[in-house]
Write a new protein. Structure first.
Length: 421
């Protein structure tokens, strides 16, 4: 008799009925999201030829995540996370359909772009905590790190596939086609969410809930303040976002001013970073693991800092390519490790609120860091501020590394809960 081969962690995760339905719908939705972002950015430039308006549109996209993230976390812990996500997807669908109608009829103005981008951003702000907190309900606990890793691979894949599809749609049809396709992609995720079969006993109870949403948000903040190890993970996550991940947003300037190359080389450098990120996701997905995730995350942060130093220490474009691959790999390893750590160490009843802070830092931290470094670089060039931010990152890392044993001890792995959604 031939012995059955045990499926890999990735295969076992993708065989989970709830998870594969979710990841398929989410992948399609993310491709549509990136298609719309390309269309919005291009239209904003075509309508205004103004860098200031590009900044306004970007702010309209990301600012609501900062404002509504805590509210989304409280809603995710109080109500059905699936229904919170469905409501947010419906709002984003209506926004995309409105942009399609205005664009197709020639009535679209830059103010329309800003308003409906803001509405979509509000939907993302509400959706993000529920999306992050939902994953533990889709797979067994031992496959959670692998599921988070696959999510990261899908996200990084969509950020490249989406713009390519959008370019093809613009060339073969029209730019407003991206809005319609994005609306359809939201519906794909809604259908996937409504098809999930999560037992009723795993849904959070809403009976007897007396305190307000503001009280819920305050309770989440108090929980984080009282847990030193979680506070430390969030602090190093914020440092990595502000000081290290922001270098990716500065790649256009580095490609031109440091390496002396043009748009084609910038595209290749960005693609190499994405390949590194996907490889990092595959490695983490195959590796899995529970209790050692904080240490893996710390090694990822150090790797990102060292590769960042290497990137600004050379003027050779061919040297920068493998370095960008390393930055992509270590950045994703650190992100997955920190997200998995927060999942494993946070009670189910608090997970939406804690993960809302993760989402705010993950989405907005790198943008804020790039903004600050960009302002400084206007006066002293790109290399000095990036070098200083990497040095700050390494100093903070050393301080955390010295306390790693205490941090790992205090980050107790919470037992599985049957009251999650």
């Amino acid at each position: 008799m031939t012995q059955k081969t045990k499926p890999s962690a990735i295969q076992a995760t993708l065989r989970q009925p709830n998870y594969w339905r979710y990841i398929l719908g989410n992948g399609l939705s993310l491709i549509g999201t990136w298609m719309q972002r390309v269309a919005v950015g291009w239209l904003a430039w075509e309508l205004t030829r103004s860098p200031a308006w590009l900044g306004i549109i970007a702010m309209a996209d990301f600012a609501p995540v900062f404002i509504l993230g805590p509210l989304g976390g409280a809603l995710a812990d109080r109500h059905s996370r699936i229904m919170v996500m469905v409501g947010a997807q419906l709002a984003a669908t209506l926004s995309a359909l409105t942009l399609f109608g205005l664009s197709a009829t020639g009535l679209l103005t830059v103010w329309h772009l800003a308003i409906f981008t803001f509405i979509t951003g509000c939907a993302v702000g509400i959706n993000q905590p529920a999306r992050l907190a939902l994953v533990p309900n889709l797979v067994p606990r031992e496959l959670l790190t692998t599921a988070i890793s696959i999510n990261a691979m899908v996200f990084n894949g969509a950020r490249f596939v989406g713009p390519m599809f959008s370019t093809a749609v613009i060339a073969l049809w029209s730019i407003h086609g991206s809005f319609l396709i994005n609306a359809c992609s939201y519906m794909a995720l809604i259908i996937a969410l409504l098809s999930l079969r999560i037992p009723a006993h795993e849904r959070p109870r809403t009976d007897g809930q007396q305190q307000s949403l503001l009280d819920d948000i305050g309770e989440g903040i108090q929980f984080i303040r009282q847990h030193a190890a979680i506070r430390l993970i969030i602090a190093i996550m914020a440092m990595a976002a502000l000081c290290l991940r922001s270098v990716v947003d500065l790649l256009p300037g580095l490609t031109s001013d440091v390496f002396g190359k043009g748009a084609d080389e910038f595209a290749v450098l960005t693609a190499i970073f994405g390949i590194g990120a996907i490889i990092g996701g595959i490695w983490m997905a195959r590796r899995g693991g529970l209790g050692d995730q904080p240490i893996v995350a710390l090694w990822g942060v150090l790797g990102t800092a060292l590769f960042t130093v290497a990137l600004i220490s050379t003027q050779e474009y061919m040297v920068a390519l493998p370095v960008a691959l390393g930055i992509g790999f270590t950045t994703v390893v650190a992100g997955i490790g920190m997200q998995a750590t927060l999942h494993f160490s946070t009670p189910a009843a608090m997970r939406g609120r804690v993960m809302s802070l993760y989402g705010i830092i993950h989405i907005g931290g790198a943008g804020v860091g790039a903004f600050v470094l960009g302002l400084i670089a206007e006066h002293v060039g790109l290399r000095p501020p990036i070098a200083i931010s990497a040095a700050i990152g390494i100093i903070i890392w050393c301080k955390v590394w010295r306390n790693r044993s205490e941090m790992s001890h205090n980050l107790q792995i919470t037992p599985p809960s049957s009251k999650e959604n």
